[in-house]
Ligand binder design. Structure first.
Ligand SMILES: Nc1ncnc2c1ncn2[C@@H]1O[C@H](COP(=O)(O)OP(=O)(O)OP(=O)(O)O)[C@@H](O)[C@H]1O
Length: 267
């Protein structure tokens, strides 16, 4: 069983300390995260932005325990991930974390309601039918519970994925490009739902995005370049985020990703 961390980091939703992640072997090694430290308070919405290949998805995967850092520590909802065995990590992910991806990852043969309750079925738990109906209604899916994913629009499918992520009332929701495959209105609906999870339900959202408008829904934007945090922006607007990204992308094109040497150094 996982047990809570007692230090100050227990007060935070997510704490990364000096996290390094090296991908690959031999000549192909890439340092995707280069000593990243980050603290995210509870009930906040953080957007993670940066040029392609800057390490955003690697950050999300390490933060959510889907991938293991090469070194450094990750504490989620007061639990240090490296101290957990596989069973405890699975339980922590299931009970305290939610995941939303660009590709909705729904099971095509299951109905909306079955997709939403699938994590509960896997865990051998009985979902509360009333809670499922209330959640579907809140996400505008009340009349879609018996439909299959192929009978829904992209925006509706993503809302089903969000319902699946939210049913267990996770402390932290990790979203990787959740609006990447959606049109403008569907994207806004999804962002409103994520915003509401923070404002109304005190959940914490960490979202990777390429879209300055999506980032403007966040409380704070964390900018990545070459596997490092290079800037943060509080109370972002789409215009300010876009301007910052233009500068970052120009400098990323001139430097490229960080490559680790065989001896572990950085060049
Ligand atoms: N499994 C892997 N094996 C080897 N290299 C990897 C692996 N995953 C990621 N990388 C490399 O690590 C770096 C960071 O990748 P990551 O996917 O985290 O970037 P990103 O900022 O999310 O990019 P994008 O915006 O294009 O999705 C890139 O140089 C990428 O090629």
């Amino acid at each position: 069983m996982y047990s809570p961390h007692t230090s100050a980091s227990a007060q935070k939703a997510l704490v990364l300390s000096e996290v390094v992640k090296v991908h690959g072997h031999g000549d192909a090694v890439v340092t995707a995260l280069n000593r990243v430290s980050l603290e995210i308070s509870r009930a906040t919405f953080t957007a993670v932005m940066g040029p392609s290949g800057s390490g955003k998805s690697t950050l999300l995967n390490c933060a959510a325990g889907l991938d293991q850092p090469t070194s450094g520590t990750v504490v989620v909802d007061g639990h240090e991930l490296s101290g957990l065995d596989e069973t405890a990590l699975t339980r922590l992910r299931r009970d305290r974390m939610g995941f939303v991806f660009q590709s909705f990852n729904l099971i095509p043969t299951l109905t909306v309601a079955q997709n939403v309750t699938l994590p509960f079925e896997f865990a051998g738990r009985r979902p509360d039918g009333r809670a499922v109906r209330a959640l579907l209604a809140r996400l505008g899916l009340a009349d879609r519970a018996g439909h299959r994913p192929s009978e829904l629009s992209g925006g509706q499918q993503q809302r089903v994925a969000i319902a699946r992520a939210m049913l267990a009332r996770p402390a932290v929701v990790f979203a990787d490009e959740p609006t990447g495959a959606l049109d403008t209105q569907a994207a806004r609906d999804v962002l409103d739902i994520l915003r509401e999870a923070v404002t109304v339900s005190d959940q914490t959202v960490v979202m990777v995005t390429h879209d300055p408008v999506a980032a403007s829904y966040a409380d704070v934007v964390v900018f990545f370049a070459d596997g490092q945090i290079v800037d943060t922006m509080a109370r972002p607007t789409a215009d300010r985020v876009a301007a910052r990204m233009t500068l970052l992308s120009a400098s990323a094109r001139s430097t490229g990703p960080v490559r680790a040497r065989q001896d572990g150094g950085i060049r």
